[in-house]
Design a protein around this ligand. Structure first.
Ligand code: GEK
Length: 245
């Protein structure tokens, strides 16, 4: 992914903090923001390529839900060898989807992808071999998460997979405290000031609502996934692979 994006300075100055939104200003600095805010983001992105290479099926759809600038799709499209795979990128931020469309147009063959500005809780999905929710479910209202998971399960072909990456929380109070502190160190090490860290945390407080790994796995089970496996974890971030039998 491009790392030459402008530097994220959105919370650098003292401000009246409002709920975080995926505006044009955020979209412009997103590659830098996500790389300095999500430990292991680049690893997860490149491994999505490896996972898609393993699970994408010929004549099927690959959905990137909450695609932002399309980094997950680009990583997957670079690796998948099966013919007639259609990449469908969905995001409800106009700013993100416009930039995503431009990026994909530059890098993928015309006709191999679609971009859609829409709410992933409303869009019909079908014939999917791979569905990616890369750090997106955390922004969906808790009450809507099970229904979305159900629709994802139903949209998958047999042998299809969901890859679910999320910020997570821990039931154990000490583990939660330690992992949060380590995550803060990660942000400091990446050049974020105490002011930036605390203002961003306030902005995300009502917007990004993490679940525990156990809650995710329970939800996946209820949706019909026989098995789900944590394949990546780094401080308060994790990714789960769920296979439809
Ligand atoms: C990546 N997956 O680079 N419908 C559609 N999109 C939504 C919705 C919704 N209801 N809610 C939030 N989004 C990307 C990174 S970022 C993660 C994903 C982060 C979108 C939102 O507009 C944003 O682009 C994305 O989900 C979350 O691998 O910023 O931490």
């Amino acid at each position: 992914m491009a790392t030459d994006s402008p530097r994220d300075q959105i919370f650098a100055k003292p401000q009246q903090v409002v709920d975080f939104a995926f505006t044009a200003a955020v979209a412009d600095v997103f590659p830098d923001m996500v790389r300095r805010s999500v430990p292991g983001y680049e690893t997860v992105i490149s491994q999505l390529g490896v996972l898609a290479r393993r699970y994408a099926q010929a004549n099927s759809a690959v959905y990137d839900l909450g695609c932002s600038l399309g980094a997950s799709t680009l990583a997957m499209a670079l690796q998948v060898r099966e013919p007639q795979v259609q990449y469908i990128c969905i995001d409800n931020s106009e700013a993100m989807i416009q930039r995503c469309e431009q990026r994909l147009q530059r890098q993928l063959p015309a006709g191999s992808f679609q971009t859609l500005c829409a709410d992933i809780c409303q869009v019909p999905m079908q014939s999917a071999s791979v569905i990616v929710l890369n750090f997106t479910l955390q922004f969906i209202e808790s009450a809507q998460r099970q229904a979305l998971m159900q629709r994802i399960y139903e949209a998958l072909l047999p042998g299809g997979v969901l890859i679910l990456s999320e910020k997570i929380k821990f039931t154990d109070v000490q583990q939660q405290a330690l992992m949060t502190e380590l995550y803060m160190e990660f942000k400091r090490a990446n050049g974020y000031s105490e002011l930036e860290i605390s203002q961003k945390r306030s902005a995300l407080e009502n917007v990004l609502l993490p679940d525990t790994i156990e809650m995710h796995q329970e939800r996946l089970k209820l949706a019909g996934f026989g098995e789900s496996l944590v394949w990546f974890q780094n401080f308060v971030f994790a990714s789960i692979l769920a296979v439809k039998a």
